[in-house]
Write a protein that binds this ligand. Structure first.
Ligand SMILES: Nc1ncnc2c1ncn2[C@@H]1O[C@H](COP(=O)(O)OP(=O)(O)OP(=O)(O)O)[C@@H](O)[C@H]1O
Length: 186
């Protein structure tokens, strides 16, 4: 943990481009950057329990969608007793200079990181218009799009950085803005 200089917490609605922006930035920063997912320890546990294929569960395919609702419900019950459980587990092997947490979904996630990492934290919200999200494959799903895991941060208004990501050139602007924010550290 000693070498970590900045932790980028990325939030955004489904298909806003969280993974896209995270991996584009990681490609630029190379070994100095590591992406971690709060959802990874949830998927590891879920794969173990139901004897599922973990790599398919971790990838961005239909498999993930099939179990998304159940994983949300189970992880919510875990958070009731320890809101930092998944954040802490996801960070266990974080050591790069720049750590991107690409799936921040709850106010308690942000609270956990602020409490534990203070000034290292940079909170980032990615906004994308709904028709664009639909073009990217988003289908409104009851129990997924109308529950806290998707909506809890909709009314959070203390983002350090707010990005618009509606098209290719927006994506490039997002990266420029983030590079600029990290200028002091690169
Ligand atoms: N600026 C962009 N230019 C071109 N394609 C983009 C851009 N942003 C996102 N995309 C594409 O849109 C799709 C959805 O993006 P991505 O998977 O990053 O969203 P997400 O927010 O991580 O979604 P989820 O929450 O469902 O995992 C992907 O196919 C991605 O490549």
């Amino acid at each position: 943990m000693d070498g970590v200089k900045k932790i980028l917490l990325i939030s955004g609605k489904r298909k806003s481009g969280k993974d896209y922006i995270s991996s584009t930035l990681q490609n630029i920063l190379g070994d100095r950057c590591q992406i971690v997912h709060i959802s990874e320890p949830i998927k590891v546990e879920w794969a173990k329990r139901l004897n599922l294929n973990l790599s398919e569960l971790l990838s961005d395919g239909p498999y993930k969608e099939k179990y998304r609702k159940d994983m949300i419900e189970w992880s919510d019950s875990m958070r009731m007793t320890d809101y930092g459980y998944f954040c802490r587990t996801a960070m266990l092997h974080a050591h790069a200079e720049f750590v991107i947490v690409s799936d921040v979904r709850r106010k308690t996630d942000i609270k956990y990181f602020h409490e534990n990492y203070g000034s290292l934290v940079l909170t980032i919200r990615i906004n994308t218009k709904d028709p664009i999200r639909i073009e990217r494959g988003w289908v409104f799903t009851n129990g997924v799009d109308d529950v806290p895991s998707e909506c809890d941060l909709d009314d959070y208004n203390q983002w350090d950085v707010v990005l618009q990501n509606n098209c290719m050139s927006d994506g490039e602007s997002c990266i420029e803005i983030l590079k600029d924010k990290l200028k002091l550290y690169i």
